[in-house]
Design a protein around this ligand. Structure first.
Ligand code: DQA
Length: 151
């Protein structure tokens, strides 16, 4: 299986750093991308990092991961987590490993954030650990991709 991992981010995550820092932390998305790239190098993973505000665009990013035969997708679908059948269906069409990440602990917040349409098609979920969640997802991804590698 490929060592390529798509890291996909949904709406409003481009505003990280200034958007509700008490909930989402002080790091910008560019900071998170830098940390992911550093972690990925150490793990021998190749990374494609993207953010989209539109639901259709996020779905197209998942299609790109399918077309690229990526080994895994780390996805923070943001608000689409709770609403998007389209994101659910696109992930269902992906063959590799899917890890859902949320900066905040969605279960400790409003009731509408407790339901995820993505979790049923994810191999694992990380929530509430801030930007560390992305790094932990990459570590878990590397372990699983190595397990699946024909060596
Ligand atoms: C989020 C949680 C979602 O409920 C919210 O809509 C977001 C960010 C998180 O990373 O904690 O935009 O996915």
């Amino acid at each position: 299986m490929s060592n390529l991992v798509y890291i996909l981010n949904g709406p409003n995550l481009n505003l990280l750093g200034t958007r509700e820092p008490e909930t989402y932390g002080a790091l910008t998305l560019a900071d998170i991308e830098r940390r992911c790239r550093e972690t990925a190098v150490g793990l021998g993973l190749a990374v494609e990092f993207r953010q989209k505000n539109g639901e259709g665009e996020l779905v197209e990013d998942i299609h790109d991961a399918i077309a690229a035969r990526a080994g895994g997708i780390v996805i923070n679908p943001a608000a689409y987590t709770h609403t998007s059948v389209a994101v659910h269906d696109a992930l269902r069409a992906f063959d590799g490993i899917v890890i859902e990440v949320h900066l905040s602990n969605v279960h400790a917040r409003e009731a509408f954030r407790h339901k995820s349409l993505v979790s049923p098609v994810a191999d694992g979920v990380i929530a509430g650990l801030g930007a560390d969640g992305y790094e932990l997802a990459l570590r878990a991804m590397a372990w699983r991709l190595i397990e699946h590698m024909d060596v």
